[in-house]
Design a protein around this ligand. Structure first.
Ligand SMILES: Nc1ncnc2c1ncn2[C@@H]1O[C@H](COP(=O)(O)OP(=O)(O)O)[C@@H](O)[C@H]1O
Ligand SMILES: [Mg+2]
Length: 255
């Protein structure tokens, strides 16, 4: 039988006596592209940190490629939420990507030998090789996001986790980043988890949505998960899904 890429079984997490996640069970298979949705504070980033081994579940089990989560897992490439390059503006693009090799805060290290090769391959993959020596302060928001993705790709991870990579981008740049991620993920057969507030940009490329609210979650194909009944149950209050011109709008979700 095929081992799932990510499996959670009745996972709960309590932090400082607050229940953040309750009874989360889900399976994500190899090569699936999953959008993670839900209101602010729903526990999206916290769930990702469980997968990264940065928190331990209070109850239940988590398996990543059949093993318990661990810090510095090279099978996972991660770009955290609210990562800005402001403090690094004078650094060149290639230096920033290189942080992915330098034992950064996720504890990933690679030998120096093939350093430049890895960095240039990753830059090339996100269409940024021509800007390798540019100070990051001179790059656009979209280009900076491409660099963070290149950094996350450096160890050839099987799983790519991107926490709100589109939050500071306009629609055109968001579409560009989504299609870039999709192209890379499909060619590498990588599993992608991407947190976003606008599912519409992702509908053309995703296999599943993971909708989180109220410490619970629902997972499945978008048209199965994003329905009036399902979301009303998840939120515990009336929610209406409106479909217009192939787009989905969720009304009442913050109540
Ligand atoms: N270390 C912590 N201790 C207590 N509560 C926390 C901690 N980290 C996050 N939280 C709370 O967990 C909830 C979920 O946070 P988060 O995962 O960041 O939500 P999201 O990413 O969906 O916006 C929030 O209410 C937040 O305040
Ligand atoms: Mg978050």
């Amino acid at each position: 039988m095929q081992t799932s890429t990510i499996e959670l079984n009745k996972v709960a997490l309590t932090l400082n006596e607050r229940t953040i996640l309750h009874d989360i069970s889900l399976i994500i298979n190899e090569g699936e592209f999953v959008a993670i949705l839900g209101p602010n504070g729903a526990g999206k980033s916290t769930l990702l940190k469980l997968l990264l081994g940065l928190y331990k579940p209070t109850a239940g089990n988590i398996a990543i490629l059949g093993k318990s989560p661990k810090r510095g897992n090279r099978d996972i490439g991660y770009a955290p939420q609210h990562r800005t390059l402001e403090t690094d503006l004078a650094l060149r693009a290639r230096d920033v990507v290189g942080f992915g090799l330098d034992g950064n805060q996720w504890g990933i290290t690679l030998p120096n030998k093939n350093r430049d090769k890895y960095i240039e391959q990753a830059l090339d993959e996100v269409d940024m090789l021509h800007l390798a020596n540019m100070p990051v302060g001179q790059l656009s928001g979209g280009e900076q996001q491409q660099l963070l993705i290149a950094q996350a790709l450096l160890t050839y991870p099987k799983i790519l986790i991107l926490d709100e990579p589109l939050s500071n981008l306009d629609i055109i740049h968001s579409e560009g980043i989504v299609s870039l991620i999709n192209k890379i993920a499909r060619s590498r057969k990588m599993t992608v988890l991407l947190v976003t507030h606008d599912v519409n940009l992702l509908l053309p490329v995703i296999d599943k949505v993971l909708y989180m609210a109220n410490t619970h979650c629902a997972i499945g194909k978008p048209e199965k998960v994003i329905t009036n009944d399902n979301l009303t149950q998840l939120y515990g209050s009336p929610v209406e899904v409106i479909k217009a011109r192939g787009r989905l709008f969720v009304i009442g979700e913050e109540t």
